[in-house]
Write a protein that binds this ligand. Structure first.
Ligand SMILES: NC(=O)c1ccc[n+]([C@@H]2O[C@H](COP(=O)([O-])OP(=O)(O)OC[C@H]3O[C@@H](n4cnc5c(N)ncnc54)[C@H](OP(=O)(O)O)[C@@H]3O)[C@@H](O)[C@H]2O)c1
Length: 241
């Protein structure tokens, strides 16, 4: 089985590479830019798991780069069984303090880039009459919060896109689901101070932040045959907020 994952160089995406490789998936591991450290890590992970992992590079605000990166994958002629749209950015800011241009940038990364990738990959999956797409939403797109107008709205859009596409693509054998994590221990939430992190942890019934592997495992399940009748769902993974 072959999977495309975006945002693989750190955070949840990096955990996904480890979890999918361990489960025997070959991976096109997408990242923004090449580094030696990243390529060595991919090579070591692939060798350890006995799979292939190929780095693919594109910046999510660069349409031509996205198209070229995905076309490179399609031109290999192999099946694309799973697409995990993981990469994303987060901001916090009240509307009165925000520039609309910055919100547009956030939507370009979190929403429009995802849409472009899905548009290209789903055509290939439709020819295969089979595929699975997993999009990264967030509880920020479900629970309204001051300061989250940009990020929360972008993730709400991702989750509605997921549900609409599940209806459009389901008849072609393509399942489309989203994961909505609560706060997960990655660099993304290190924009918050310690007292805010403690507050976020205390809001979970489990009284802790999530681990990136706990999101990666849910993606692996959604990709698997065990989830073959799950379509158009938003799976909250938040420790019970
Ligand atoms: N952590 C959380 O609490 C949490 C909660 C809910 C949802 N999520 C979602 O989960 C996903 C992964 O989050 P994370 O916590 O792993 O975040 P992270 O540690 O900040 O990693 C974000 C990833 O996205 C990539 N990326 C960002 N902007 C990009 C761009 N313009 N072009 C190409 N790649 C870009 C980053 O690449 P660079 O290293 O090059 O920047 C990095 O690989 C995101 O969609 C996020 O919204 C996270």
């Amino acid at each position: 089985m072959n999977v495309i994952i975006t945002g693989c160089n750190r955070g949840i995406g990096k955990a996904m590479v480890e979890v999918f490789a361990s489960a025997g998936y070959n991976i096109w591991a997408c990242a923004r830019k090449a580094t030696l450290e990243y390529e060595v890590w991919l090579k070591d992970t692939a060798e350890e798991a006995g799979v292939w992992i190929k780095p693919i590079y594109f910046e999510l605000t660069d349409t031509e780069a996205i198209n070229a990166g995905i076309q490179t994958i399609i031109d290999e002629g192999q099946s694309i069984d799973v697409l995990v749209n993981n990469a994303g950015i987060s901001t916090v800011g009240l509307l009165s303090m925000s520039k609309v241009e910055d919100i547009e940038h956030l939507f370009a990364v979190n929403y429009f880039a995802m849409l472009r990738i899905i548009q290209k990959v789903s055509k290939k999956m439709a020819r295969q009459r089979k595929g699975c797409i997993i999009n990264m939403g967030s509880i920020a797109g479900i629970e309204p919060q001051p300061g989250k107008i940009a990020y929360g709205s972008s993730k709400a859009a991702v989750m509605m896109m997921t549900k609409c596409l599940a209806k459009e693509l389901g008849p072609m054998g393509i399942r489309v689901n989203a994961i909505a994590p609560g706060p997960i221990e990655t660099e993304m939430i290190h924009q918050y101070k310690d007292d805010m992190l403690e507050k976020l942890a205390s809001e979970s019934s489990l009284r802790r932040l999530g681990k990136k592997e706990e999101i990666a495992q849910v993606a692996l399940f959604l990709a698997s045959e065990q989830a073959s009748y799950i379509n158009g769902e938003i799976i909250k993974v938040d420790g019970g907020r």
